[in-house]
Design a protein around this ligand. Structure first.
Ligand code: GDP
Ligand code: IMO
Ligand code: MG
Length: 423
């Protein structure tokens, strides 16, 4: 069974792209299965840094076919900006396939996203304002426009005109800005025409690749606790980043999947609002943000820092059927005197049985911690498990003991080869 899934186990930005780039070496296709340009996936190769939002993180290899699967919401201006930027740096995107079943994002989705957020005031979600929620809402309402519609440009132009007119009416009624419908029709007719060569029956193409014995890698964006069903609702994204979403978002059934790699940072971060039991406010948190460069790739916002939370990680193991964990950014903790790891929650002084089904409670729990002494030395040159200091190995072993699956990859730096891969 040749299909592997990479999924975030926290609130995003765990270093998924780096692990995908690493695993892509042995895969023929890398497929984004949900989300859109709210994702910011960073790959570092040598002195070159690539920040990807829509194009799958396997694009840097010539042997990889990058695929945007049916579960993704596609913003065409961002897609072509990314293609142009990669191609100007010598990375070909000619093999890119975009599912005919994927949904398109339009500027009115972004206007609606901003309007919903401003109406929420202090209760805002803190979205990326990329129109993700409104685009998925249109999909669920069955009024969204799909990528395959650009195969017939005159019909597509008419559909854009109709949807834009309806969206403008709604926006104005809600107190939002108006916009020029015909200018949008012209813009999207051009973008739709440019999209045509990339449009593909990706479900069929992926099954053919699997039947021919190739390995396929499914790339999650966002993360388990931003999942629309399993995350800290309503402070979540509007898709299913969890492993089940990989099946729905690619058309590959669960029996093909043999490997599900959960990516966890050695600490935790979150962008936007919502509960965060192990959040660190103050000097230690600032230290993590400074050393870890914890600022969003997409919005530039400071990420909220906190300690590693094994209650969440154990839940992520269950929800995603994780077969293993990649523990990233361990090097960021090199200078800490002590490293704390949350192993349980107390509610009103009593231990909770695992992760609660009510996110409201997550805002009220007190974490219980195991405190580990820091290793106080640089680990970025380590390439084998034996080379890691015993005190750094202790955190890896605590994770394994607590969540019940092996830690197969340990990140010790941002570069492609800066990791320990355990056999
Ligand atoms: P993603 O959204 O999960 O793909 O993660 P991002 O790319 O948004 O954020 C992860 C950041 O950490 C990027 O800047 C990566 O280059 C960097 N990174 C990934 N793994 C490691 C690691 O093991 N050590 C260090 N120091 N940086 C890492
Ligand atoms: P990657 O793939 C971190 C967060 C936003 C907000 C919430 C909803 O790089 O890990 P949305 O725009 O999706 O409606 O915002 O989700 N969010 C992310 N946080 N990493 C991401 O992607 C995120 N994508 C969305 O900050 O809290
Ligand atoms: Mg990111």
């Amino acid at each position: 069974m040749p299909v592997a899934v990479v999924v975030g186990t926290q609130w995003g930005d765990e270093g998924k792209a780096k692990v995908i780039d690493l695993l892509a070496e042995t895969h023929s296709h890398v497929v984004r299965y949900q989300g859109g340009h709210n994702a910011g996936h960073t790959v570092v190769v040598g002195d070159q840094k690539y920040a990807l939002q829509l194009i799958p993180s396997g694009v840097l290899y010539n042997h990889v076919t990058p695929v945007i699967g049916n579960g993704v919401v596609v913003d065409l201006p961002t897609l072509f900006k990314e293609i142009d930027s990669l191609e100007s740096r010598g990375i070909s995107c000619s093999r890119l396939m975009v599912s005919s079943l994927a949904q398109l994002i339009f500027p009115w989705h972004q206007l609606l996203d901003a309007l919903h957020e401003s109406k929420l005031g202090d209760a805002k979600i803190g979205t990326t304002l990329k129109g993700i929620g409104p685009a998925y809402a249109d999909k669920a309402l069955r009024v969204g426009l799909r990528v395959g519609m650009v195969r017939d440009i005159p019909a597509f132009a008419q559909l854009v005109r109709e949807r834009a007119t309806a969206a403008r009416e709604m926006l104005v009624a809600l107190g939002g800005e108006s916009f020029d419908v015909e200018a949008m029709v012209t813009q999207f007719t051009e973008l739709g025409t440019r999209l045509q060569p990339y449009v593909a029956d990706t479900v069929n193409a992926l099954h053919k690749a699997i039947e021919a014995g190739n390995n396929v890698l499914l790339e999650g964006a966002q993360a388990t606790f931003l999942d629309l069903d399993h995350g800290t609702y309503p402070f979540v994204t509007s898709s299913n980043p969890t492993a089940g979403g990989a099946c729905a978002g690619t058309g590959i059934g669960p029996r093909h999947i043999s490997r599900v790699v959960g990516i966890a940072k050695a600490y935790t971060t979150r962008v936007g609002s919502g509960p965060f039991p192990t959040e660190l406010i103050g000097e230690l948190g600032d230290k993590i943000v400074d050393i870890g460069h914890e600022f969003g790739t997409v919005t530039g916002r400071r990420r909220r820092p906190g300690w590693l939370d094994l209650v969440m990680l154990r839940h992520a193991v269950r929800i995603n059927s994780l077969t293993e964990i990649a523990l990233t950014k361990l090097d960021i903790l090199d200078t800490f005197d002590e490293v704390r790891v949350c192993v349980g929650y107390l509610l009103n002084g009593k231990p909770l049985d695992g992760y609660p089904d009510d996110s409201q409670l997550l805002g009220e729990v007190t974490p219980t911690y195991v405190d580990l002494p820091g290793w106080k030395q640089e680990i970025r040159a380590c390439r084998t498990y034996d080379q890691l200091p015993a005190r750094a190995q202790a955190i890896v072993e605590l994770v394994e003991k607590h969540v019940g699956v092996p830690v197969s990859i340990i990140g010790v730096g941002p570069e492609r080869d800066a990791c320990v891969v355990r056999a």
